[in-house]
Ligand binder design. Structure first.
Ligand code: C2E
Ligand code: CA
Ligand code: CA
Length: 682
């Protein structure tokens, strides 16, 4: 029952069977005493030997019946199993069934004969069944099963005998070894030959990757050689397990490529560039090296004006140019949107050549008709400190670039001691700002704004830093620093509050007609809720919004025109006067006037002074002044330095002036002393 499986256990009552068999056994044993089943009659034969004859009673047939039923049951279950099992397993049952049938037949046939050979048969049967059940069938099954497993394995199995002849190969190996599309290495050795050679002459086991070719197609195989030894450590042969890893490795390579290269230009990406550069730097301790960064001027503009496609092609061209320049010998990559990084030995770097080639490459990727001066800046950091990360070296090269932006003639800049000193100075300013604000080192200076008649209308609030050690610092030295990192809004909030305090003081003194203009940095629009800050300020100090003029620049509004337009409208609606500062210095001034409604235009004479053709600039100035007149916007000109300028501007229709001609920015006390005590005229 165990052998044929659980199915039969269910519908055979084990207990009943056990009971019947036990009773039968006891009955057989008791036969010695009672002789109720059979007894043996001794018969003396003529040769004087005694033979025994089995004399059975009727009860014996009950025993016989039980035994036959048991045999029948065994047979039935074996046969049932044999015909329901897959072909593969049939012999497991059939073999025993056949042995049993033979024995039963023998038994039946010889039951009544003089000599019952079935007793001997039982012994043979027991041995046969034992052999089948425990030895033959399991081994055969194991063999068959192993063969099936080997045959269908997804790796190639290739077995060699002791002399290196092919003993077995599975399906997968067949494909690799088959003559039609045999794999061979560069020397033309086929895979099979290679394996045999490795087995016969190689050093013991082998485990590694090996490249073969099927025609021109590259196939990467992972090959493992194992030697087979028997119990006595005697060599029996060897087998190869071979795996085709081409796809996997190519995929890995592809993934690695994707992760380390920029998809647009195919150059290294930033991380990989830094990694490779670092390796090179560490490996060439004696060589003098440079880190170069290139940066395209106004790259965002190219995208905006000509579309991303042109922008992309510019980048691709730059990448090709770089490749040509460094001739594949060095490490380079795209480390930012429009920024390329190069690691170069100082010995081969030729500044002029490099800059010129870069310029040429640019010229070639733009449509000749769409004139846009593409300019490529180059920042150079000479590696003096090898311990700092490459990304920091790149930052330094880029810092050098930051110093030339705006200078039309300079293309290449070096990160040198001056720059390093500047950066240190900037860091110092940044760390000192908090204290400076708290200790009142920041001072509000006022520069008067004057009407055509010379009447003082108000003043522009300009910040000064009265530094305890460095002395007076002009805004030009620290405003750009704080604009870079956002601290500018702390400065501005402080200045706005100072202006409001001052207006409140004037209000209390009955001088309510004076205004103060404050500057709003473009960054403030993103860092602060401007509307809230200003409304809270005028409420806190209880002053009229009309007395606080807000100077904004074009840069602040162009980036998010719609939003800033709305903000300006809201500020104007509650009475703030909004002034467009530095008008004329941006890109789209005239266009902007169409969309943005401001109260006053502020023109800086400096822009006009720079122009070469004075007559032309005068005409432009004239045009702007009359245009703004027609739009109902007064014009204030700043940077006025001479009486002649005042005269001309007045003629042109300018309404207000600010400049050294009238007065330089001054301390508030001086401003009050000069203009508020006596008359309000200059
Ligand atoms: P801005 O707003 O255009 O201010 C006018 C600048 O021109 C001031 O320089 C002023 O001193 C200078 N100036 C006035 N009249 C003349 C003149 O006749 N000739 C010449 N050559 N220059 C004249 P300042 O005070 O050095 O300020 C420079 C810039 O720093 C300002 O330019 C402004 O953009 C910024 N700034 C100053 N204070 C603040 C502030 O509190 N907040 C913000 N965000 N920026 C400020
Ligand atoms: Ca200003
Ligand atoms: Ca200005």
């Amino acid at each position: 029952m165990e052998y044929v499986g659980s199915e039969f256990n269910e519908f055979v009552n084990r207990k009943l069977m056990l009971l019947v068999l036990t009773a039968d056994t006891i009955s057989l044993a008791l036969n010695n005493v009672f002789g109720h089943l059979f007894h043996l009659n001794g018969i003396r034969m003529s040769d004087n030997e005694i033979y025994y004859e089995l004399a059975v009673t009727h009860f014996f047939y009950i025993h016989y019946f039980i035994i036959m039923m048991l045999v029948a049951f065994c047979l039935a279950s074996l046969l049932y199993r044999a015909f329901h099992a897959p072909l593969f397993y049939r012999s497991k049952y059939l073999l025993i069934a056949v042995i049993m049938v033979v024995i039963v037949v023998m038994n039946v046939l010889t039951f009544k004969s003089a000599i019952d050979i079935s007793i001997m048969g039982y012994a043979v049967e027991a041995i046969c069944i034992y052999y089948c059940v425990f030895i033959f069938t399991p081994q055969r099954l194991l063999q068959k099963t192993l063969l099936l497993v080997a045959q269908d394995m997804s790796v190639a199995l290739f077995v060699l005998d002791i002399e290196g002849k092919r003993l077995y190969n599975n399906k997968c190996a067949e494909q690799l070894l088959s003559r039609d599309h045999a794999l061979a290495d560069r020397e033309g050795t086929t895979l099979e030959e290679w394996c045999r050679h490795q087995y016969l002459y190689g050093a013991g086991e082998f485990n590694g990757e090996q490249t073969f070719y099927r025609g021109i197609e590259e196939v990467i195989l992972k090959i493992q050689l194992q030697r087979m030894v028997d119990g006595n450590k005697q060599l029996q042969g060897g087998y190869f397990v071979i795996q085709d890893r081409t796809e996997e490795i190519n995929k890995l390579k592809e993934e690695r490529y994707q992760a380390t290269h920029d998809s647009l230009t195919g150059l290294y990406n930033k991380e990989y560039f830094c990694e490779e550069a670092e390796k090179y730097i560490n490996g060439h301790a004696q060589e003098e090296l440079l880190i170069l960064c290139t940066d395209i001027r106004e790259f965002k503009m190219i995208n905006d004006l000509f579309g991303a496609k042109v922008g992309d092609s510019v980048l691709v061209n730059c990448a090709r140019m770089l490749e040509d320049q460094v001739n594949g010998a060095l490490i380079y990559g795209r480390i930012g949107n429009d920024i390329f990084g190069v690691l170069m030995p100082k010995a081969i770097y030729d500044e002029e050549h490099f800059a010129n080639e870069a310029q040429k490459a640019f010229a070639s990727c733009m449509d000749k008709n769409a004139f846009f001066p593409l300019i490529n800046y180059i920042g150079v950091y000479e590696i003096t400190d090898r311990t700092i990360p490459v990304s920091v070296m790149c930052d330094r090269a880029r810092m050098a670039i930051a110093t030339i932006k705006g200078d039309y003639h300079k293309r290449v800049a070096y990160y040198d001691d001056v720059l390093r000193e500047n950066i240190r100075y900037e860091q110092e300013l940044i760390s000192e700002l908090d204290d400076a604000i708290r200790e009142g080192q920041l001072k509000m200076y006022l520069q008067p704004q004057v009407s055509t008649e010379g009447k003082i209308l108000g003043g522009e609030a300009l910040v000064r830093w009265q530094h305890p050690v460095k002395g007076m610092i002009a805004p030009i030295a620290f405003i750009p620093v704080f604009e870079k990192n956002g601290l500018i809004s702390d400065v501005d909030k402080y200045m706005w509050e100072s202006a409001c305090k001052q207006l409140r003081k004037w209000k209390d003194e009955g001088k309510e007609d004076l205004y103060i203009s404050v500057n709003i940095s473009p960054r403030d629009f993103y860092l602060l809720n401007i509307y809230q800050v200003f409304t809270e300020l005028v409420n806190k100090y209880d002053i009229a919004p009309q007395n606080l003029k807000l100077e904004i620049t074009e840069t602040a509004v162009v980036i998010d025109l719609q939003r800033q337009m709305e903000l300006i409208e809201r500020l104007r609606r509650i009475g703030f006067v909004v002034e467009m500062d530095d008008f004329g210095s941006g890109y789209s001034s005239l266009n902007m006037l169409k969309d943005i409604h401001v109260d006053v235009l502020k023109i800086d004479m400096a822009f006009l002074r720079k122009a070469e053709d004075e007559e032309r600039s005068k005409k432009i100035l004239q045009m702007i002044i009359s245009l703004s007149g027609q739009l109902g916007m007064p014009v204030i000109t700043e940077g006025v330095e001479t009486a002649e300028q005042v005269e001309i501007l007045t003629e042109m229709g300018c309404d207000m002036f600010q400049g050294y001609y009238f007065a330089k920015p001054m301390e508030v006390e001086k401003f009050e002393e000069l203009y508020l005590e006596g008359g309000k005229h200059v």
